[in-house]
Write a protein that binds this ligand. Structure first.
Ligand code: NAI
Length: 332
């Protein structure tokens, strides 16, 4: 089977090449994003392997199907960038990696919280400049605070395991309660209550029509003054202009984001020698109480290896016409 990869980075190639020694597929790597600009020039292929910022809309899928592509293997958990109805109509089978390392993402959410709170990013720079002053570095104890988890699936649950060690009250919102967390004493509340009662809010639900801009001007108004918001899920959960307003008027105390609404034009690239035309991210990055990372929450050795194993196993199932063991991996 020939598999054409998009948005390939050296770390993807390293792990896929290693795992592919057991599968013997032909892997063709493109660095570019998949989208209307490139889809016409790609060669005939059995499968396409894409990532979070690739665009698999109806037009792109139509061209892929016309080039003989039968399978779309998303090497990520989210699939908001794939038009599943169009895929179904075109007879394309679509799979994903539902859970490669929930701990990797949960641990990164915790890293953002600790960086924002204890300002280790600033301390690091100060000490390098022989500035040993502590002024402006005061944080708060997480112990005793209320932490709200929105979305308690694989990652939300792993995040609970990490944060619960800090001795805080954990509340949650999800459309389905997670029995393990209920048993552990997590209190499920309506979303507005989670927003209103939390000192720290961590987002772990998927991006869908119903969750788009769940953090907006109105929901921010009902949050505690000084709230910390952390988003390692998808940029579209947050109305960026609304959080900028909230930060400017000091209603939001800290913001940590690993994902950003317009990230596909920025993230995963070195733009250090270019002028960034996105004024919104520039403004966001100018706040001293904001930390932005470029969609790296998944980036651990364990996660990359698991992504490669699951993706190639999914494709092997397709090739052999087998039923998937892991049903959640099969989207269409
Ligand atoms: P999951 O499917 O295991 O859990 C998602 C949870 O969200 C489920 O419990 C579901 O019931 C809940 N949910 C659905 N609709 C909701 C709503 N309207 N409000 C609140 N909760 C709702 O997914 P998993 O593995 O925990 O991943 C969560 C998200 O994390 C993914 O959708 C993806 O966007 C993001 N992600 C980010 C990564 C990164 O590197 N930054 C890496 C992997 C995933």
């Amino acid at each position: 089977m020939k598999v054409t990869f998009f948005s390939t980075k050296p770390y993807d190639k390293e792990h896929f090449d290693k795992i592919n020694k057991e599968f013997h597929f032909k892997l063709d790597y493109y660095e570019t994003h998949l989208g209307p600009h490139i889809v016409n020039v790609i060669e005939k292929s059995d499968a396409v392997c894409a990532f979070v910022n690739d665009k698999l809309n109806a037009d792109v899928l139509e061209v892929l199907a016309s080039k003989g592509v039968k399978y779309i293997a998303m090497r990520c958990a989210g699939f908001n960038n794939v038009d599943l109805d169009a895929a179904k109509r075109l007879g394309l089978r679509v799979c994903r990696v539902p859970a490669y390392s929930p701990q990797a993402v949960a641990e990164h959410a915790m890293a953002l919280i600790l960086t924002l709170n204890r300002k280790t990013n600033k301390a690091y720079n100060r000490v390098r400049e022989q500035n040993f002053s502590l002024n402006g570095l005061t944080g708060f104890n997480i112990h005793g605070k209320t932490v709200g988890i929105v979305g308690t699936g694989n990652i939300g649950q792993a995040f609970y395991d990490v944060i619960s060690g800090f001795g805080c009250r954990v509340i949650a919102y999800d459309v389905y309660e997670n029995p393990r967390l209920v048993k552990a004493g997590v209190e499920y509340l309506p979303l507005e209550e989670v927003f209103a009662q939390s000192d720290i809010i961590s987002l772990h639900c998927p991006l869908m029509e119903s969750t788009h801009h769940m953090i907006n001007k109105d929901s921010i108004k009902h949050m505690k003054k000084g709230v910390m918001i952390v988003n390692t899920s998808r940029g579209g959960l947050i109305d960026t202009k609304a959080v900028i307003h909230g930060l400017k008027y000091k209603h939001i105390g800290h913001l940590g984001i690993d994902v950003y609404e317009q990230e596909e034009k920025l993230f995963f690239r070195d733009l250090s020698h270019t002028i960034i035309e996105d004024d919104t991210i520039q403004l966001l990055m100018s706040f001293p109480n904001v930390v932005v990372t470029a969609h790296q929450a998944f980036l651990t050795r364990e996660a990359l290896e698991e992504i490669a194993i699951t993706t190639l196993t999914n494709l092997q199932h397709f090739q052999k016409g087998e039923e998937f063991e892991n049903k959640a991996a099969l989207l269409v």
